[in-house]
Design a protein around this ligand. Structure first.
Ligand SMILES: [Zn+2]
Length: 580
């Protein structure tokens, strides 16, 4: 909880923030001795009193001031403890990742032994445990750790501040860094870089000074690329590519993915970028598990006698694809008597009503027609859980190849048509559907079902019933109550936007509710104004703002837990608010 640091953008655990030191530093950033003062290790002083006095001397400093610290080995408790000291400016303290002691309140935490976190297990455990122990609106500094190759992973882990110490030290030792790793400069026949230092080295020979300059420039360039990846909300895709540089980095990403709760708490509900499921790590991404979990637990399929299983399409949403248009045409009027479920990797199951929800409408996956064992297992696990909850009298599976085989192997009792979009294939589909839909119950308007599904998906089971109770009419992307008041609209990005009347219907559910004090916020609701917030809220969620004097709707900019634990930053972008 700090006066000097604020997160302004988030993409999973990666953040961009503002640190107010002598000048404002935009994080993630490389800092140097120009940006902070440090009292150093207590062991550099003759007495403890001298060390404490050195901390006292930093009291009025305007720059980030790092208090005297007690170094210790990675997994041992520091041998000494110093009394806490207060500063008027930004305060930095060292934090020992595996210490049982709660860290002292500060604005910036310096990760102890950061430079020795070579083992991926130690690295991930250290950052996750420190991040869990310190307030979200504080910055984390890892000294002497960053290289151009590992910077993206470090930012994605949740570190905000770095330096170029390692670049300097390695340059002096003749080591040559790029984003692709590190080499002994003497062993390189050609230098794979055209920076000014490398051009000089090509002509005049390789000097340590020029190696240092090159290394530092590569780190600075990588920082720019990583910052842009966070800004454009594709840091995860960037990291999945970048960790291939070494097995240790790939291990670290997999270990981080195993810290599912750490990631889930920080992963937004929607991102502007396309979700690329390029590698095996993509299968375990929060976006995938969250989508599947919500489809299985929050969503309820409409009461239908017939289930039609369809394959996904490259074009999203699926309805706009050529293959799905052909399916729809072929099914014709039977469409009102069956429920459609699309099978896909890595999302597993996408009910037709949710095809516009993130990431169903914006993911891309390499398609070879082959389903590997992990993908099959994930799909059939999800399908079994789904069919346990949502029961159908008859199932038609219009699937082909590996996908059809995977579903058959799971033992699903269905009419298998063999899939495909050719004339004969579609004729088979039409025939199977006509047969299955004989005497089937007619379903409600698909457009209404979409609102019900979205409401349950975003606000939890039962939200659809509350939002759609009474006589509801659909107008374009909007639904209205009997008095023609707007209740909600679906947005082009697949979210739901509530009106105040719609929010009033959902308030009693308690989901996505942000409670504020006795005031009426305008524009942005800042974190200090939040009294309580639903822990389940994630960045991008539609939220209902409830106070003694105000009732409104808006978009969450941070997670619910973060709203409660922060003293700075925008919590909610308010869209509509009224007095009450
Ligand atoms: Zn260079």
């Amino acid at each position: 909880m700090t006066k000097y640091f604020e997160t302004v953008r988030r993409d999973g655990p990666a953040r961009m923030g503002k640190l107010q030191s002598m000048q404002q530093i935009s994080t993630p950033a490389l800092i140097s001795k120009d940006d902070y003062v440090s009292a150093g290790s207590v062991y550099s002083y003759a007495t403890i009193q001298d060390a404490i006095a050195a901390g006292e001397a930093l009291r009025e400093h305007k720059k980030l001031a790092i208090l005297p610290y007690v170094p210790s080995a990675l997994r041992s408790e520091p041998a000494l403890e110093l009394p806490p000291q207060e500063l008027t400016g930004p305060k930095g303290v060292m934090v020992h990742p595996f210490s049982a002691k709660e860290p002292e309140k500060a604005d910036v935490y310096v990760l102890a032994n950061a430079s020795s976190l070579k083992n991926p297990r130690d690295l991930v455990a250290a950052v996750v445990s420190v991040r869990n122990a310190i307030a979200p609106d504080t910055a984390l500094y890892a000294p002497a750790l960053a290289t151009p190759a590992n910077l993206a992973l470090l930012v994605y882990l949740g570190i905000d501040l770095f330096d170029s110490i390692r670049m300097t030290a390695d340059g002096l030792l003749g080591r040559y860094h790029t984003r692709d790793g590190v080499w002994k400069a003497e062993e390189l026949t050609e230098l794979p870089c055209l920076c000014e230092s490398c051009r000089k080295m090509a002509n005049d020979g390789r000097t340590k000074e020029l190696l240092v300059a090159h290394n530092r420039q590569k780190l600075e360039e990588e920082l720019l690329a990583v910052r842009e990846a966070v800004r454009s909300e594709c840091i995860r895709e960037y990291v999945e590519r970048q960790v291939r540089v070494t097995p240790e980095q790939t291990t670290a990403l997999r270990l981080l993915d195993a810290e599912h709760q750490y990631l889930e708490k920080r992963t937004p509900i929607i991102r502007r970028s396309t979700f690329y499921a390029n590698c095996s790590e993509s299968l375990t991404r929060v976006e995938v598990t969250r989508f599947a979990e919500r489809v299985i637990s929050r969503y309820s399929a409409p009461k239908s006698d017939v289930l039609l299983l369809l394959p996904c399409s490259a074009k999203k949403p699926y309805s706009l694809s050529r293959s799905h248009r052909l399916f729809t045409e072929c099914i014709g009027s039977h469409r009102r008597y069956l429920h459609e479920l699309i099978l896909t990797s890595p999302l597993a199951l996408v009910p037709r009503e949710l095809e516009e929800a993130y990431p169903a409408a914006s993911y891309d996956v390499p398609v070879t027609g082959r389903w590997d064992r992990e993908e099959r297992a994930w799909l059939t696990t999800c399908l079994e859980a789904y069919l346990k909850k949502n029961r159908y009298a008859r199932i038609v599976a219009h699937l082909e190849g590996d996908l059809e085989q995977a579903v058959k192997d799971s033992g699903l009792d269905a009419t298998y048509t063999g899939g495909g979009t050719s004339g004969p294939a579609l004729a088979l589909l039409g025939k199977a559907v006509a047969e299955a839909c004989r005497d089937a119950t007619r379903l409600p308007d698909l457009r209404l079902l979409r609102y019900r599904a979205h409401a349950d998906f975003y606000f939890g089971s039962g939200a659809g019933d509350l939002l759609l109770s009474g006589k509801i009419t659909v107008r374009g992307r909007e639904i209205q109550d009997e008095q023609k008041r707007s209740l909600a609209a679906t947005t082009p990005s697949g979210l739901i936007a509530l009106s105040l009347a719609g929010a009033a219907r959902l308030e009693k559910l308690g989901s996505c509710v942000v409670r504020i004090g006795d005031f009426r916020p305008m524009g942005s609701l800042l974190a200090p104004g939040v009294v309580d917030a639903d822990e389940q809220i994630r960045p991008g969620d539609e939220v209902i703002v409830v106070g003694e004097r105000a009732f409104g709707v808006g978009r969450a900019k941070m997670s619910g837990w973060e709203m409660k634990a922060s003293r700075r930053g925008v919590a909610v972008e308010i869209r509509q608010i009224k007095g009450r």
